[in-house]
Design a protein around this ligand. Structure first.
Ligand code: DLL
Length: 435
């Protein structure tokens, strides 16, 4: 087993909890002094920093929300003067104003350590050639992965996203061993590699893919197309960026960097803390961040946590793959469903006949919501025989109804007709929001 920071990654839980408590107490004090929004919320609850003695008091503290980042845009939640902020990132989201996050020098070093833990867990080291095909810029993916790869002394190939033919040429010519990008871009690159017939010229060993939900079926497909082992990495700009949690070689959930971030799972409606193992909304408290710390930030991501010992020896709690944000959840005939659940069904039953390229179109016709799923046939299964297409569409429609309970109209579309993504895929087109 290769650890980047063995003492921290395998720290006995009692020591870890003690460290978290110390850091939480300090963080709450600092934020009460420096961050107006937090101080006001504490005052409203009749709390002072003295009420927080350790992690057991976390549940008393007020939550923070994405709206806070909009209300205090751009720098109103920072806990240090601007001359200590050495970088900002921003996330645009699909609606509303940009949100801005800031990092001190120490924050960037901690972030690089989180990503370095991920890279080591994926088998990378100073001999690796790490191609970073996440977008560089205000998005945290590119520079976040970059910091980690430099930290372990690997050779960084900073291609950023896009220009797919060039990405593949670079992988072949430079001998890339580790690829970092979104899973949907990895899929796209995999297809392009197949088309170019260069799979045997690749030297890829591992891929570190995140920034959006993806399924085990998609993992298999990417691994096969690119000939690598695919690892999941999770993160969000508000808390840091990629590396908040990461998969180890056991791939049984993602270890949260718990020395820096404390996760909780809550019931999103009642805000009650749920026991470990229950599924609910993920909430994070950043206990080490200097520039832009958040207490009990509601991520909207739905997942569960596990404290079962992991064979890798890491003691940090694991979270399972989030299915999506509660904002992305669709409601069809009273049934709640995430796009990733639809992906799972599509890929499981298709036996290679359809690809992970799909789009869900939600519309409102005569006051009723309609739900259409366009799925691409694979090149191998492509047919223009209307009867067999109809039969297969019916089969998928039935399967979606029996497994998920949803009523969707499935349309098989020709290979390569759904727009590919170089970053996060847009799985849902909600035409209702246009009016
Ligand atoms: O997506 C940070 C990131 C970059 C993570 C590269 C991993 C790799 P945001 O743009 O702020 O930050 O979006 C954060 O993306 O709340 C989740 O809903 C989703 N997300 C991120 N990673 C995963 C993942 C980056 N591995 C939002 N699985 C989060 C599922 C993910 N969803």
């Amino acid at each position: 087993m290769a650890y980047w920071q063995p003492q921290i990654e395998t720290m006995p839980r009692e020591d870890l909890v003690r460290l978290q408590s110390e850091r939480l107490v300090k963080q709450v004090r600092r934020m009460y002094e420096k961050v107006e929004c937090f101080r006001k919320r504490m005052d409203e609850k009749g709390l002072t920093p003295d009420d927080v003695k350790g992690v057991e008091d976390l549940k008393k503290l007020p939550f923070s929300y994405k709206q806070d980042l909009r209300d205090y845009y751009p720098y109103g939640l920072f806990a240090v003067p601007m001359d200590e902020i050495v970088r900002v990132h921003a996330s645009s989201g699909t609606t509303g104003k940009k949100i801005v996050v800031g990092y001190t020098k120490n924050d960037l070093a901690d972030w690089s350590d989180c990503m370095a833990r991920q890279l080591y867990a994926a088998g990378a080291d100073s001999k690796s050639l790490v191609q970073i095909s996440y977008g560089y810029g205000l998005f945290t993916g590119g520079l976040g992965a970059h910091g980690g790869a430099e930290r372990i002394g690997a050779t960084v190939i900073p291609t950023s996203s896009g220009n797919t033919a060039n990405q593949i040429q670079t992988m072949v010519d430079f001998g890339t061993t580790v690829l970092c990008c979104t899973p949907s871009y990895a899929m796209y690159l995999g297809e392009a590699v197949e088309e170019a017939g260069v799979k045997d010229k690749l030297n890829l060993k591992a891929g570190i893919f995140g920034a959006e939900p993806w399924t085990e079926e998609m993992r298999k497909s990417i691994e096969e197309k690119l000939g690598l082992k695919a690892f999941d990495v999770y993160g969000l700009s508000e808390i840091m960026g990629p590396g908040v949690s990461y998969e180890c070689e056991c791939q049984q959930g993602m270890h949260v960097c718990e020395d820096m971030f404390i996760p909780e799972i809550i019931d999103p409606d009642t805000e009650e803390v749920l026991p470990v193992g229950a599924s609910g909304e993920l909430v994070f408290t950043s206990i080490k961040k200097e520039g832009f710390p958040l207490i009990r930030y509601r991520t909207r991501d739905i997942c569960s946590l596990s404290l079962e010992p992991c064979m890798c020896g890491r003691t940090h709690i694991r979270m399972n793959k989030p299915r999506g944000r509660s904002d992305d959840m669709l409601i069809n005939r009273g049934v709640n469903v995430f796009p990733s659940q639809i992906e799972e069904v599509l890929l499981r039953l298709s036996n290679g006949a359809i690809t992970p390229n799909y789009q869900i179109i939600v519309d409102r016709v005569n006051n009723n919501d309609t739900f259409d799923v366009n799925v691409e046939m694979s090149e191998e299964s492509f047919t223009d025989d209307v009867k067999s297409i109809e039969a297969f569409e019916k089969h998928i429609t039935n399967e979606l109804r029996s497994v998920l309970g949803i009523g969707a109209k499935v349309h098989l579309v020709n290979p390569k007709t759904i727009v590919r993504s170089e970053g996060k895929a847009k799985r849902v087109i909600d035409k209702r929001k246009l009016f």
